[in-house]
Design a protein around this ligand. Sequence first.
Ligand SMILES: Cc1cc2nc3c(=O)[nH]c(=O)nc-3n(C[C@H](O)[C@H](O)[C@H](O)COP(=O)(O)OP(=O)(O)OC[C@H]3O[C@@H](n4cnc5c(N)ncnc54)[C@H](O)[C@@H]3O)c2cc1C
Length: 391
Amino acid sequence: MTTAELLTVPNTVDEARTGFRSWLDDNRESLAEFRETGGELTEVFERLGRLQRMLYDAGWIRLGWLESAGGLGGRPILRAIISEELAAAGYPPPFSFATQEVLGPAVAEFASTELAATVLPRLLRGEETWCQGFSEPGAGSDLASLRLKAVRAEGGWRVSGEKIWTSWAQLADRCLLLARTGSLDSGHRGISAFLLDMDTPGITVSQLRSMNGDDEFCSLFFDNVFIPDERVLGKVDCGWAVAMHVLAGERGAAAWQRQIWLRSRLDALATDPSANVDDAVLGESLELLAALRLLSRRTVRRLSAGEPVGSTTSLDKLAMSTAEKYLFDIALAGKTEDIVFGGPAGESPDIEVDGAIWRNDYLYSRASSIYGGAAEIQRNIIAERLLGLPR
Ligand SMILES: Cc1cc2nc3c(=O)[nH]c(=O)nc-3n(C[C@H](O)[C@H](O)[C@H](O)COP(=O)(O)OP(=O)(O)OC[C@H]3O[C@@H](n4cnc5c(N)ncnc54)[C@H](O)[C@@H]3O)c2cc1C
């Protein structure tokens, strides 16, 4: 019997919190290495993969997932509690945590039972990484205009074209891919979603460096790539529903994880002796984060209850990018640009490391109003669909 089988699914959120906190406490020593954040990308992936495996073996990361997906059952809100407690204890989220909340639920909902039962347990165990193949050159905000073409072939589809800004595709085992199965002018009605194996012949992955120095982005080139019929998610030409499901996770549940981490960064800034930030400004940042937390908590609860979240996740996403940018703007102003951007010669290694972390956070915060749908697009959605304003 494995340790995971010994974990009883908590009946309440409080029970989950208490149980997980005491497990973190009991395992403090073996978890110590996971507090590290630096290192080469492959090292970081490998380290966070081991953290995920440890959480899986102990059962915690399986809470809130169906048994057919490799989970232990229980309400989906338990997943939000575990990620919150992990961050509160000072551990970075495993990469696949985000994938689990963004792509995992859509695969659980739209994949065939056999496919879901094969791939989801592997995702939960941290045995594989997935990427999201949506954006294309010319199809970002206007996702419905995507051109990557999938044509019928015996037993499946042949895909040709290009994707861009695909995060961590160079390390991914699978890709949730949107492709055009209808005519070029079919808009959102002619798109299908696939779960593609990244080692399929015909895929070229080309890395793009982002401004914080990370090799996060990739361009993907598809040359007549074969995808079997069993890998279609949902129905052919109905991939828009899959895309919207994914975006609800990216704008909603992912914002929950982000706000926990942002709060820990605000706490670090507030107690940083080298930072000179006015209390009123710190208070403003705290308010923005509190608003984000409340909005996001509502979404997490609705998702957990299986209720539709609709366009309200645009509120979460906008609140998230506003709070994130504000926090790192005040950090940059309060810690002096010299330290954050390069550091004056002769600074101690500790100050350099600290500066590098804030620099990375500041630069990455600029992306928060772009990924998952740009801030202007969220404002359009809020205006048209939530406030009923004219287009
Ligand atoms: C860190 C990061 C990670 C990402 N990861 C992924 C990933 O893993 N997979 C993936 O598929 N994509 C990913 N993306 C891409 C992301 O989804 C797109 O960048 C985003 O949807 C915007 O599209 P675009 O870059 O083509 O910009 P555009 O759509 O060209 O927009 C450019 C500007 O014009 C504005 N604009 C466009 N249309 C309108 C309009 N109708 N009204 C008002 N303003 C408008 C936008 O708001 C924006 O400011 C990632 C992006 C970032 C920054």
